[in-house]
Design a binder for this molecule. Structure first.
Ligand code: CTP
Length: 404
């Protein structure tokens, strides 16, 4: 998502300035052109050479540096930016930005840019809690700045408290999310389901499956980064869902069904990556079932087929986790459930399917088209699925015609 994006990273004088090096590095690795501006206080903490080496770009430390490629027009950095990030942001820079002061390159750039601006504060708890800093942050928020953090943790004073720079991952997620605001899914509402449902047997036991939720979470994150409004209906999963998506937590297949029914009618697409139980215990016990002398027989009943029964003229994408006859079974499900696309994966492979970070899938459409993708990370698979969804969303006519 950050390929060819220009990120201006403003680094100010906090002990957390060293963490900005990791941000610069990760943004550069993600394909962004990273222009770092350092205040003179920041240079006391980390050398400009660090950022020069990590980004492969000139680093601005002076307002009027005749050797810099940006010095001809001192607001050129502001113009070229797709996004401006101030991390870490001290109480001082927050105050100066709120007041519109433009006496250094960070302030000048923020004042002059039309790009979205993210501020990641880092300071002592008392400075952060000060009504002056809080007023300044409110002022910036009201003007559309995005404030990330701070978090609670170990501070330079040797105490624990609020004021620590937000997690690098959280800052990077926000950068991806905000820079994707005008992506190909902007204005679209995508519902993604994830995780494995749990069907109670008694108060302590349930029927579960091996889904980790990783594929669904990757889809939700990728859709968010392409500008979509995302509702993530999630059954229990092993990782944390992305920020910036609307999370609806469910346990059972029935709860997932209700949640999907409540959000799907207004949505443009539903992607069912969840592993939904097909059967549940018919009469879950209210009391813990005690060990008996003989065996135990559980009577199971069918759950509802969420994807096959959901109402609305939305694009429907299903997953088919198969152990045999991959394409045949997937095609049958696509037809039965009235889907636009089905993503088939062979879960017998060790590098694909449940719990892994990679997946090898075949995407099948209702016209019979079949696209066998190589082994990819789940995020890459998510992007390829969303490419197809985005295409279907811009060609609604072809979708309707092929329905008849
Ligand atoms: N699915 C659903 N509701 C269910 C079961 C499955 O919406 N009660 C969805 C899954 O999220 C997936 C697709 O249907 O996107 C196919 O799921 P899968 O379990 O492979 O198919 P089933 O229809 O349950 O068929 P089977 O288990 O017999 O292979």
């Amino acid at each position: 998502m950050l390929n060819n994006k220009t990120v201006v990273l403003g680094v100010t004088g906090s002990i957390a300035a060293y963490k900005a090096a990791e941000i610069a590095s990760q943004l550069t690795q993600a394909g962004a052109k990273v222009n770092v501006i350092m205040t003179k206080e920041a240079v006391q903490f980390v050398s400009a050479i660090t950022f020069r080496a990590l980004t492969g770009r000139p680093v601005v430390t002076e307002m009027f540096d005749l050797a810099s490629e940006f010095s001809i027009e001192h607001v050129s950095l502001a113009k070229s930016a797709d996004i401006v990030v101030i991390a870490p942001a001290t109480a001082n820079i927050i105050a100066r930005l709120a007041a519109g002061i433009s006496d250094d390159m960070v302030c000048c750039t923020v004042l002059a840019t039309k790009a979205p601006v993210i501020i990641a504060p880092a300071m002592e708890t008392n400075m952060y809690d000060s009504p002056i800093t809080q007023d300044n942050l409110c002022e910036l928020k009201a003007r559309g700045f995005v404030i990330i953090g701070p978090s609670v943790g170990w501070l330079a004073s040797g105490k624990e408290g609020l004021g620590r720079l937000a997690d690098i991952d959280e800052i990077l997620e926000s950068i991806r999310q905000i820079s994707g605001r005008d992506g190909d899914l902007a204005g679209k509402h995508i519902v993604v389901t994830a995780g494995g449902t749990q069907e109670p047997i008694d108060p302590v036991r349930c029927i579960v499956n091996r889904s980790s939720g990783k594929m669904g979470y990757a889809l939700a994150e990728a859709a968010r980064d392409r500008g979509a409004e995302v509702s993530l209906v999630t059954a229990p999963a092993s990782s944390a869902p992305a920020t910036g998506v609307d999370i609806i937590r469910v346990g059972t297949a029935e709860e997932m069904c209700h949640a999907v029914e409540s959000v799907a009618p207004k949505a443009d697409a539903l992607i069912m990556a969840a592993a939904v139980a097909d059967y549940r215990p018919k009469s879950p016990s209210r009391e813990k079932i005690k060990r008996g002398g003989s065996g135990l027989t559980l009577e199971l009943e069918c759950t509802r087929d969420i994807l096959g029964t959901v109402k609305g003229n939305l694009i429907k994408v299903g997953f088919a986790a198969e152990t045999s006859n991959l394409v045949g079974n997937a095609r049958e499900k696509l037809k039965q459930k009235g889907l636009d696309l089905i993503v088939a994966n062979d879960i017998t492979a060790s590098d694909s399917g449940f719990g892994t970070d990679t997946n090898r899938v075949t995407v099948i459409d209702k016209k019979g088209g079949l696209d066998s993708l190589p082994l990819l990370t789940k995020r890459e698979v998510a992007e390829r699925i969303l490419d197809r969804v985005a295409q279907l969303l811009v060609e609604p006519e072809s979708r309707l015609q092929s329905k008849h």
